[in-house]
Design a protein. Structure first.
Length: 128
């Protein structure tokens, strides 16, 4: 199945089909805290740039559901949940794994530490 998804994603990009990124949070091996990993997989497996992968996960997704005027980018008047990183994700998407801070609806969470299945994390990391 994964091969089909990869090939479909490559073809969609090639032919200009809009592609969004997300997780299947209720599925095994797709933790909701693993969105960063989906961005990494997309870039690695489809040949997308880091910039494109981040766009697909943010403003690209908002555009798909016609909410680009309300969310998806940092602009005055838009709703935005933010992460604070120590390095530039355009240079290395893996920095998305451990944000220094998360801001959700105006609430600051310093050094977030979501519960993780370490065995699953290790196996999924091997694919990046």
């Amino acid at each position: 199945m994964a091969d089909g998804i990869i090939e479909a994603s490559k073809a969609a990009r090639k032919y200009g089909v809009t592609v969004g990124l997300g997780t299947d949070g209720a599925c095994p091996f797709a933790a909701q805290s693993g969105m960063w990993r989906e961005v990494c997989y997309f870039a690695k497996l489809t040949g997308a740039s880091n910039e494109e992968a981040l766009y697909r996960a943010t403003l690209g997704n908002a555009s798909i559901v016609h909410l680009e005027e309300e969310t998806g980018s940092v602009s005055v008047g838009k709703s935005a949940d933010l992460i604070v990183l120590t390095k530039n994700p355009y240079e290395d998407l893996k920095v998305l794994r451990q944000p220094e801070m998360v801001i959700i609806k105006g609430h600051l969470i310093a050094h977030p530490n979501p519960k993780k299945n370490e065995r699953m994390e290790k196996e999924l990391d091997a694919l990046i």
